[in-house]
Design a binder for this molecule. Structure first.
Ligand code: AMO
Length: 440
């Protein structure tokens, strides 16, 4: 079927266009039939517009088409813009032609907002659920956030790269790997681009990647997924303080872009965005342990900080903050210690050049200065119970001019979740993969 191509988005229809012919395409959100006058509320990605058809003004043929329309039918409307005091946006469109491109059956879930559907059911019918304005707002904002981050990376001369997601060895430690039958052998889904991004600093110097990461963790929380989008950065000739400065810039730019470009979406979400101030506060791991003990949270030096502890800290600090200088024992093998790890007499007191960024009690990012000396890296692997022979190809790169470097991984969905104050990470992921969800 030949059909007309849209000339405008609904949001572009303003009273100033009065008298102009436009072509709109989208879905029937609502029909109001008052007999002699009929209204269609047309939805497209950008919003809504009222189509007004009055007997005697529009053809009988058009009135008949409207009578047969149902919610979510796909239509194209050619018409004339009319400024109107009574229409909702001060403007309506008087149809000259309506083409019905597809009919829709009654929807399995309510997208109009009168009945609140639970999240599992919404996710089951995700493609339909995404028609809800609130979801359109979330995913438009997500796209802007990624753009803000990309723009900032380019400003700092980072190059966007793409590394393999089917890999032969683990990067973040042995557990939590999904296996893949790769012809005659077993391969794994990448938990992180860690080793590749480090190798790339020896040539491209500053790289970033925005790509899926896979974790076979059996977590069932509101902030873990088994597939998530990881925003990874790695830069030669930088340490963890340099890289934290860049991370501050990225996050602040993301908030600023959303505030600047997503006013409509924020209104739909009923949210006001407060742009955090840089530089973000830094508090050492040891200080955190002391502080939490004083607040009665059960923590032991050498352990990870429990979520309850992060919540207490966020409430106390009230803005994004870094926990820096974590013990070697609970950081990955590639993390650089403040002294050469080979000289460290007491491993339990060995502090690394590392950080986690916390917003609203959730870890959004983690990063560090990395070990760039091959012998030290091998030594560190052994301390972590890893066999350097399994990393031969990675390690040899360190023989041929590996620069000092640092980087971070930033969880896109976690950032969105805290920024948009969503209760569950699944709300900000189009098609979440969790322990129990592999479809749609
Ligand atoms: P890490 O394992 O801390 O570090 O991951 C980095 C960031 O990714 C996000 N994230 C997750 N988001 C959703 N679901 C999950 N299961 C999940 N796991 C992690 C978090 C986290 O802060 N290679 C290092 C990073 C580096 O040092 O460059 C790494 O992967 O926001």
């Amino acid at each position: 079927m030949k059909y007309l191509r849209k000339t405008h988005w609904t949001k572009d229809i303003k009273p100033e266009l009065n008298g102009q012919e436009v072509i709109l395409a989208g879905w029937v959100w609502e029909i109001r039939d008052l007999g002699k006058i009929k209204f269609i509320i047309l939805r497209d990605r950008e919003g809504f517009i009222q189509i007004t058809a009055k007997k005697g003004v529009v053809s009988d043929e058009i009135l008949k088409v409207i009578e047969d329309l149902g919610k979510e039918d796909v239509i194209v409307v050619k018409g004339i813009v009319k400024a109107s005091k009574i229409a909702k946006k001060g403007v309506e469109v008087i149809p000259k032609e309506i083409q019905v491109l597809n009919k829709a059956k009654p929807l399995p879930i309510d997208i109009w907002g009168s009945v609140e559907t639970d999240l599992p059911t919404r996710l089951k019918f995700r493609a339909i659920d995404l028609k809800r304005p609130i979801n359109l707002a979330i995913f438009k904002i997500e796209s802007i956030v990624v753009k803000a981050i990309r723009d900032k990376f380019y400003e700092y001369k980072f190059i966007e790269v793409f590394t393999p997601k089917i890999i032969a060895t683990c990067t973040e430690g042995g557990a939590d790997l999904f296996t893949v039958q790769y012809f005659e052998r077993i391969a794994y889904l990448a938990q992180s681009p860690q080793l590749y991004k480090e190798q790339l600093t020896a040539s491209l110097e500053r790289v970033f990647e925005i790509a899926p990461a896979y974790r076979a963790e059996k977590h069932d929380t509101n902030y873990h997924l088994n597939e998530f989008i990881s925003i990874d950065a790695e830069a030669a000739f930088m340490d963890y303080f340099d890289i934290m400065n860049i991370l501050d810039e990225l996050i602040v730019n993301a908030y600023e872009y959303v505030k600047k470009y997503c006013q409509n979406e924020l209104a739909i979400l009923n949210l006001e965005i407060e742009v955090p101030k840089k530089p973000f506060k830094k508090i050492t791991y040891d200080e955190v342990i002391d502080l939490l003990k004083k607040r009665g949270v059960e923590v032991r030096k050498g352990d990870d900080i429990p979520t309850a502890g992060l919540k207490v800290l966020s409430e106390e600090i009230g803005e994004p903050f870094y926990i820096i200088d974590w013990p070697f024992e609970i950081r990955p093998f590639y993390t650089k210690a403040k002294e050469d790890i080979r000289n460290c007499k007491d491993l339990t007191n060995c502090v690394t050049e590392s950080f986690d960024l916390i917003i609203d009690g959730i870890e959004i990012s983690s990063g560090s200065t990395r070990i760039h000396n091959r012998d030290e890296l091998e030594y560190s692997m052994k301390l972590k119970g890893l066999n350097p022979e399994n990393f031969t190809e990675h390690l040899q790169v360190f023989d041929y001019g590996m620069p000092p470097h640092a980087g971070f991984g930033l969880g896109l969905y976690r950032l969105l979740m805290v920024m948009l104050k969503r209760k569950d990470i699944r709300e900000v992921c189009l098609y979440p993969r969790d322990r129990y969800r592999l479809t749609p």
